[in-house]
Design a protein around this ligand. Structure first.
Ligand SMILES: NC(=O)c1ccc[n+]([C@@H]2O[C@H](COP(=O)([O-])OP(=O)(O)OC[C@H]3O[C@@H](n4cnc5c(N)ncnc54)[C@H](OP(=O)(O)O)[C@@H]3O)[C@@H](O)[C@H]2O)c1
Length: 217
């Protein structure tokens, strides 16, 4: 599977790239700057000991992939979606965004569409299949592939086959994915992150996650 990570040079993107590359997937790091994308790809390849990750400007990265993952700050959500709109038509688009209130990041500030995921689906149109995933995993946990992550991954979206593909990609990282329903479930999944942030602060930890009970694993 060819996976592009748009905005993959920051906190969340490199961990996803590293874990998928380790699982044998072909990964492209995207950035507004080709140079930054190449630099991060080279750093990650250094850790892998193999050249498995490429770096390209965002739109070219999206063009080169079958599955496009978005990891930019929510403030850049719609503008970045617009910048890759034509490259992601007929593809799976994985939205990792959490619309936290920039003035008080323990609180959600949901867009009028209901959630970032629904906003992305509305902006991209029906031929792009938007799937939400990874909102509840802290970046530093993803970034260290030598450690197992104590968190399940809730996946939602309106296209069953797209969700199955994304759940399989989650599974390749050694994580347990659950289909949490249609795109509107992202209102809850994205919102859970604000609770995890509060729990991190309350318990003076950095990696609070979620585990579902009573379901087959
Ligand atoms: N960090 C976490 O622990 C975590 C956990 C769960 C979910 N998330 C969600 O994942 C998403 C990414 O989080 P992150 O912490 O990885 O973000 P980040 O490190 O702040 O930014 C990621 C990348 O986005 C690009 N970017 C920054 N500002 C931009 C702008 N104005 N326009 C276009 N691109 C811009 C930058 O890449 P270039 O400069 O190279 O273009 C940057 O390296 C967010 O929506 C966040 O809510 C994060």
């Amino acid at each position: 599977m060819k996976i592009a990570i748009v905005g993959g040079t920051g906190e969340q993107g490199p961990g996803l790239a590293l874990r998928w590359a380790l699982a044998g997937e072909e990964v492209v790091i995207g950035s507004r700057s080709q140079e930054r994308a190449e630099k991060v790809a080279a750093e990650l390849n250094g850790e892998l000991g193999q050249d498995r990750i490429r770096g390209l400007e965002n739109a070219r990265a999206a063009e080169a992939a079958e599955v496009v993952v978005l990891t930019v700050p929510y403030s850049a959500h719609l503008s970045t979606i617009e910048s890759v709109r034509s490259q992601v038509q007929d593809k799976i688009f994985v939205d990792v965004s959490v619309p936290l209130d920039p003035e008080y990041p323990r609180r959600m500030k949901m867009p009028p569409a209901g959630s970032a995921t629904e906003e992305a689906q509305a902006a991209l149109g029906p031929s792009t299949r938007v799937v939400a995933a990874f909102q509840n995993i802290a970046a530093h946990l993803l970034r260290d592939p030598t450690h197992a992550i104590d968190c399940d991954v809730l996946v939602c979206g309106n296209d069953l086959e797209a969700k199955k593909t994304v759940m399989s990609l989650v599974g390749k990282m050694g994580l347990q994915a659950y289909d949490a329903g249609p795109a509107e479930s992202a209102r809850v999944i994205e919102g859970l992150t604000s609770i995890l942030i509060r729990l991190n602060i309350r318990h003076k930890v950095k990696g609070a996650g979620i585990r579902l009970a009573g379901l087959p694993r």
